[in-house]
Design a protein around this ligand. Sequence first.
Ligand SMILES: [Zn+2]
Length: 380
Amino acid sequence: MKVDLAIRGGRVIDPATGLDREGTVLVSDKRILAIEAPDAAVEAERVIDARGLLVLPGLIDLHAHCFVGETRLGLPPDRIGVQQGVTTVVDAGSSGVDNLLRFRESVRGARTRVLAYINLARDGLARHRGELADPRMLAPDETVEALRAHGGFLVGVKARASASVVGDQGIAPVRLAKETAKRAGVPLMVHIGNAPPRLEEVLELLEAGDIVSHAFHGKKGGIYRDGTLLPEARAALERGVLFDVAHGQASFSYATCRRFLADGLVPHIISSDLWRGNETGPVVSLLHCMSKLLHLGMPLQEVVAATTWRPAVALHRQHEIGSLAPGRIADISIIRQVRGQFPLQDSEGVTEVVSCLLEPVMTIRHGHIVGDIGPGGISA
Ligand SMILES: [Zn+2]
């Protein structure tokens, strides 16, 4: 039998199945067919030599901003997606009920899979940055309806719990966001930043499967107080709340994350929070974020899990993406580990020299090769 694609001899890591060995990935009819031995005799339309490379389930960036045009922060999804080795980009609340349809339309031609959390604020992040400060702009009922009507695109509700966002409303808009998510049966993604609301009151609202974005920021009022993990943070972790890096411009601290790892804990999810203001640094790409976590000592298998299987579960899409198990959609990221000395900055202005940088080589999305590296990078 002749398959469509054979990716031969790479190190195949699939945390969902516990696989980590050299192998040949076979793709047929846009789905993963099987993983065979590196030297297995196969007949394929196209053979890709992946020796010396990592062959991973298509990477998922759970937090980015890709609503171009209507928000000032949006980046084209393919630029942060398939061109950077990422097959799924999830927009974190750039749109609300008023501009959701225009957002969907704007990403229709993307080769990257785009999913989205809907903002509780009716115009998302289009107008200004204090989107939850005016209760008249919050749209809980319409948001529930939109989540029901756009279930293939929307994956949850987004709210930003920062003083600059909620104004004098305190925890109220975040509580309303949680109620809204619950009514629709989807998770809440909550951005944490400067109080009020206090982190303790935000964490207490969250249930298993809800997501804390920017969990490892270096600002005051974070998950550590005087060097000790906040009891509310520990309790949230124990009940299954997911802590996501969501690096961003101001939200990732080497020191905070290093302390978390030293406590024997591991970030569940690594996402970029890429937008127009941080693409040239300090974020650059999801692969750069992953390289920083590797540098901090997070094992490669965990880094891969945090960008494939765990975000797929958080999205309730694990039956389709996030794994190389036979039958899954053939979203595959082929990545090179480059050894050297790479100074990479966190969001606190701290530069550390990273010795292994992950680079995109080829992106396969739904069985199609959409990014193939050339001298100028991946083209899509
Ligand atoms: Zn964001």
